[in-house]
Design a protein around this ligand. Structure first.
Ligand SMILES: NC(=O)c1ccc[n+]([C@@H]2O[C@H](COP(=O)([O-])OP(=O)(O)OC[C@H]3O[C@@H](n4cnc5c(N)ncnc54)[C@H](O)[C@@H]3O)[C@@H](O)[C@H]2O)c1
Ligand SMILES: N[C@H](C(=O)O)[C@H](O)COP(=O)(O)O
Length: 332
């Protein structure tokens, strides 16, 4: 039996850099079958603009998965509503983007694909198209009927997971509940063991308030919510340290002996991660019934079609998806 996994790639927003990245990585050697879910004319036009050779072949799930051939891509055609103008968002194509994600999720649940790797979408234009959408993480959780998933971004020397993801800052404190922290922390701990092979993970946990609440004088969530949850998880044999002041925990003194940081909200953890590794980090959704990785950046409309978009994060995202898919196959 072939050991090459099938990786479904969604280029995301068609007017952004996603198609450029997919066409660039298609020129490389990958130990997997790569299937792109996109509009074939849009991809062909972008390849011409970038001067990249590409042969698009219709995907069929019959036969054994083959190793990727540089310069070729399998495709499942999804038609755009309107032709794309490079670098210019068009809300008429918002639903197209979501349709590609739906195919990716359904194909993974059916076992046709072994993993999904997503390019960047533009959340705003999808909402403008009339489709409520806060991010891939929430979309895939919803589509796969999974109640709790965790967003983890990882780069060399740092992994950051989030208790809350794409919600307004005004809602964050209310969303920091014992139930949510317990679920996120448990998924993170178990996936560090299973997916990352860390026997006994040590996880640093940020407080929510400045200086982790300053003993209750700058907020009480640390004392009333976070500390009791961590005490309970540690009593069950896990190893969580905190809540620690978020402004000072990101230093080698603490990070060198830790396997991950659990941040309370998006812009508490991700700016640090992206300062360290923007362009070379991977976004992994933990807790889904399938493997999903993504890039660490957005649609970069200013670079679309120029050929200057950096493929580093897309390469790391695909490499992680392939590695995890091969490990999954070996377990079956
Ligand atoms: N994975 C995703 O789907 C994802 C991730 C982050 C942001 N977004 C979305 O992207 C849209 C634009 O967000 P933004 O402007 O804050 O972030 P952005 O990442 O698109 O751009 C920020 C800056 O980084 C540069 N940049 C981004 N990717 C690059 C690459 N591969 N190579 C070189 N330079 C690169 C851009 O040119 C820009 O200067 C938003 O709608 C946001 O929600 C999507
Ligand atoms: N929060 C992610 C980041 O900043 O990189 C990004 O918005 C993508 O999230 P999804 O994978 O949920 O779309």
């Amino acid at each position: 039996m072939s050991n090459f996994p099938r990786i479904a790639i969604t280029p995301g927003e068609p007017s952004g850099i996603g198609p450029d990245l997919v066409l660039k990585i298609a020129q490389q050697d990958w130990p997997a079958t790569i299937i792109v879910l996109a509009d074939k004319d849009m991809l062909q036009d972008r390849a011409t603009l970038l001067g990249l050779p590409i042969k698009l072949k219709e995907f069929s799930d019959e036969g054994e998965p083959q190793k990727h051939t540089p310069g070729e891509l399998f495709i499942i055609h999804h038609a755009l509503a309107e032709a794309t103008e490079v670098g210019v968002l068009n809300e008429k194509n918002g639903r197209y983007v979501v349709d590609t994600l739906t195919t990716a999720s359904a194909g993974n649940m059916a076992g046709t694909f072994d993993a999904i790797c997503t390019g960047p979408v533009h959340k705003g234009i999808i909402n403008q198209a009339g489709v409520p959408f806060s991010g891939h993480t929430e979309f895939f959780a919803n589509h796969s009927n999974t109640s709790d998933v965790v967003m983890l971004l990882a780069t060399e020397g740092l992994r950051v997971a989030l208790v809350t993801t794409h919600i307004p800052l005004a809602y964050v404190a209310k969303a920091i509940t014992p139930e949510r922290i317990t679920k996120v922390a448990t998924i993170l701990y178990q996936d560090l063991q299973v997916k990352f092979g860390i026997d006994k993970p040590k996880i640093l946990v940020c407080g929510l308030n400045p200086h982790a609440g300053e003993g209750g004088h700058l907020g009480k969530e640390e004392i009333e919510i976070i500390e009791p949850v961590l005490a309970q998880l540690n009593a069950e044999g896990m190893d969580f340290v905190g809540p620690l002041p978020a402004d000072t925990l990101f230093q080698p003194k603490y990070l060198d002996s830790a396997d991950a940081v659990l941040a309370m909200y998006h812009d508490q953890g991700l700016p640090v991660l992206k300062y360290k590794g923007f362009g070379n980090a991977v976004n992994i959704t933990l807790g889904l019934p399938y493997i999903r990785t993504s890039v660490d950046h957005g649609t970069a409309l200013d670079l679309a079609g120029t050929g200057t978009a950096n493929t580093g994060s897309m390469e790391v995202a695909i490499a992680h998806a392939i590695k995890m898919a091969i490990e999954n196959k070996a377990k079956r």
